[in-house]
Design a protein around this ligand. Sequence first.
Ligand code: ADP
Ligand code: MG
Length: 706
Amino acid sequence: MKCEATSLNEMFGCNVFNDAVMRERLPKATYKALKKTIDGGVPLDPAVAEVVANAMKDWAIEKGATHFTHWFQPMTGVTAEKHDAFISPTADGKVIMEFSGKELIKGEPDASSFPSGGLRATFEARGYTAWDCTSPAFLKEDPAGVTLCIPTAFCSYTGEALDKKTPLLRSMEAISKQALRVLKLFGNTTATRVITTVGPEQEYFLVDRELYNKRKDLVFTGRTLFGAKPPKGQELEDHYFGVLKERISSFMKELNNELWKLGVSAKTQHNEVAPAQHELAPIFSTTNIATDHNQLTMEMMKKVAARHGLTCLLHEKPFAGINGSGKHNNWSMSTNDGQNLLDPGNTPHENAQFLVFLCGVIEAIDEYAELLRMSAANAGNDHRLGANEAPPAIISIFLGEQLTDILEQLEAAGTASSSKQGGELKIGVNTLPALPKDTTDRNRTSPFAFTGNKFEFRMVPSSASISGPNVVLNTIVAETLSRIADRLEKAIDFNAEVEALCKEVVVNHKKIIFNGNGYSDEWVAEAEKRGLPNISSTVEAVKHLISEKSIAVFEKHCVLSKAELYSRFEINLEAYIKQINIEALTMIEMSKRQIVPAAIKFANELAASINAVKLTGIDADVSVQAEILKDVSGTLASFKKNIEKLEKATAEAAEMHGDTYKQACAYRDEVFTAMSELRADGDKLETMIDAELWPMPTYADLLFNV
Ligand code: ADP
Ligand code: MG
């Protein structure tokens, strides 16, 4: 039966073919064999798949499923599915419900209409999906029925990755391999895998669906392309952590239920800084599952919002002038026997293993800062990074007082002999408890901050898959850990080599460490002095995918080949071009068919009023109408000129063929600039024209009407 559980306990994971279900439904030998693949990476036996498929089908059908789908994550950034019914015909003209091991393991969706960045021509349509048994299958319930979804990786006929999952799985293997080498040197004999863990905090906006439908820009592009500043924005800071309105809390309740059924451990929810902005954070899990779950979370947010007469905006910058949305990617490494490798313990100065892993991360971030920045680049995020609401576009690491102090000791003496302790925090009221104080304060402005036992990468775009940033993190840290292992494996005096290595990392990479205010202008100047890259746009960032350094590191760890990197470079640029192109065309349409007519109507009203007053023959003052008419007409004339400018820039950019990078530059430098100029006039007109005549909901309507 469908999941009709009422208690959270019963509800959680009721639509997931999880470990408990597998243990219950699979023969012992099959269960064990499958676990070996899931936990130990042992290749899967087709006979095992056959048994699993059958059990999965029975379970799904009992819960009302009629169809199954391979669920995959093509380079569009959203998920894809193609449903097949379980039915198989019998000789007597009826059907039986069947699902074979082959169908579980492999799918063959036509790949020709997914972005491939030139990896294959459209006539070479074949693509394969391959079962990822490390992420559990689940059931999607919707009005159309129940569908068994099987998480899969998606590749081309020639085996090249066409999706976001394949490189992620490869990067997880790469970092596991290198981290195990290091762990072994520290005497760990029990861990057989190192897993990267991720907890993504997801920000989003909710707006009234009816109002949303009246805004072509929101419908077509996910963000407002016009909109004058409302009298009230976020300046009172009354929305952050504010009391949840009932419409919002009932949305959140239903969202949680839906996510819990899917085994997504949605945990924290609150209002964010901007009006109409909210956040959801799950409990962290394995990177691969966290990525799948984040995709499901975004999808569910949209679905559930619609049921409440709302629309969920996941765009990085839906509204100018108030904060946009991001995703905080909390990241750590842990052994499969449960040890968090980034947990400093109480006396980190004595914890050489922790310091070595920490140094691995520091070196990776400094050396591959461009790649990490690239992983957070998209057209939407260009509005946020460096705009004092999100981290600057400059990558740096916040370590906090305690760790910075230890690194300084290492630099000065080669060893560290003490760790600053947090102590107790007395609030000064006897009835309030003394709180154990953290060893370090928080720093909200840092793009890559150490937060106790994990790093928080805060640049990640709200709408994007978290796969990209984690592929980069896993790969670059795999690289530095491999260097560390190479060196320590050869060491004659292990402890001395560890000390030397840590000291070297501090000396060579301390420029990446910055504990101050990342939003300040001083930091931009200081970072430049330190030689840290400041990459302000997606177009520039994406170039780093195909730098020699990038190709070398991705190929060395078998995460992405040169051909795959080039294809991703193309895909990213194309996505940028298409997005800006749609935005420009939407602006042109709104300008010509909505704003210009409204402005003319208003000008007509003013002119009519002037004439009417004059006609009365009374010697009344019409200078106010005349002045407004002049203003409106003047702005309208400038607006019209700017429409033409944007039309020209867009047409020219669209006509550029051959060099995607150059074309993307044209969109950024010509089209995007023309859009800003047009918007300035459009927003000015909004403030002049009779509210009754304004053809779309305003910022005030959108932001304060839920
Ligand atoms: P804040 O807003 O203060 O940063 P949240 O509680 O909203 O904190 O989010 C913190 C996120 O970090 C949660 O998703 C949490 O599960 C995750 N997290 C905690 N420990 C780890 C870890 N070891 N690895 C990855 N993520 C972690
Ligand atoms: Mg956070």
